[in-house]
Design a protein. Structure first.
Length: 276
């Protein structure tokens, strides 16, 4: 069956724990491609051999996580700790100790502090009504290693909370578009990611996201929305408060419906990068 190229996303890659083979439910790691129907298949493109369908695996719930896995997100920041709890695949205690020494901070504090935990974002019905939602990330200050976190952890880091290791991370938040014309949503989210990488002078967020700029995407058109002034700005730079609508491409404009008024283009207050 012929499928137009603009209906296929090719050369995608997953490092695992994201998809399972539909027939065996085994974890899949490797290249894959997606169709406009929302289906996913192994192989860089439809011309690859031995193609099988893969489906997204459900994220583990808190109840599914063993105590040992949860404990790997807590680390004691003192040199004499006889049994430090460290997830070596994600974070290295030596990095923390070295950083604290360079900053002339205590490495003998026996009060454990939390490390950021990976968070599976989940848009709400309200987010889909708005057409976008906020995603939060951190990147290690000493290497291009990204992680998605929740809003609570993000706020702890920017406030330099005493119960979290904020020194090692640069927090980032951005708006993620989830409705509109598929190609436009893809480009909007991809551009957001490229802007973030440019602003922080780091690479790796694209790879961390597996170049999946349609994650959480649904194609709808929203009218008669309201913003209190925290979401969009007008062309003159002032915050916009009032009624607006979102076009199929994800573009927001003033007015309840398109064609009802001036349809002034609105710009999302979309990216916030905090520098420690």
């Amino acid at each position: 069956m012929y499928i137009p190229k603009n209906r296929i996303k090719t050369n995608l890659y997953t490092p695992g724990n994201e998809f399972v083979i539909s027939t065996t439910e085994k974890n899949y790691t490797g290249y894959y491609h997606s169709l406009y129907t929302g289906e996913f298949f192994t192989g860089k493109n439809p011309n690859d051999t031995n193609i099988v369908e893969i489906v997204k695996s459900a994220p583990p719930s808190v109840e599914d996580l063993s105590p040992g896995l949860i404990e790997t997100n807590v680390i004691a920041l003192f040199l004499e700790d006889p049994d430090p709890v460290v997830n070596q695949e994600q974070w290295n205690q030596g990095d923390i100790v070295t950083y604290l020494k360079l900053k002339n901070k205590s490495t003998t504090d026996d009060n454990p502090r939390e490390m950021p935990q990976f968070y599976y974002a989940s848009p709400t019905k309200g987010d889909y009504k708005l057409g976008q939602f906020t995603r939060y990330f951190v990147v290690k200050v000493n290497e291009d290693q990204f992680m998605e976190i929740d809003a609570k952890t993000y706020n702890k880091i920017i406030k330099r909370g005493s119960d979290i290791v904020w020194e090692l991370f640069q927090p980032i938040k951005t708006q993620w578009t989830i409705i509109g014309v598929e190609d436009d949503v893809f480009d909007i989210n991809r551009n957001q990611v490229l802007i973030i990488e440019q602003k922080i002078g780091r690479r790796g967020l694209q790879e961390f996201l597996n170049n999946d700029y349609l994650k959480y995407y649904i194609s709808v058109n929203l009218n008669n929305q309201y913003t209190s002034g925290d979401d969009y700005t007008l062309p003159n730079g002032l915050n916009y408060e009032g009624l607006y609508h979102i076009m199929p491409g994800g573009v927001a404009m003033t007015g309840r419906f398109h064609g009802e008024g001036e349809d002034i283009l609105l710009t999302s207050i979309s990216i916030e990068i905090y520098v420690n």
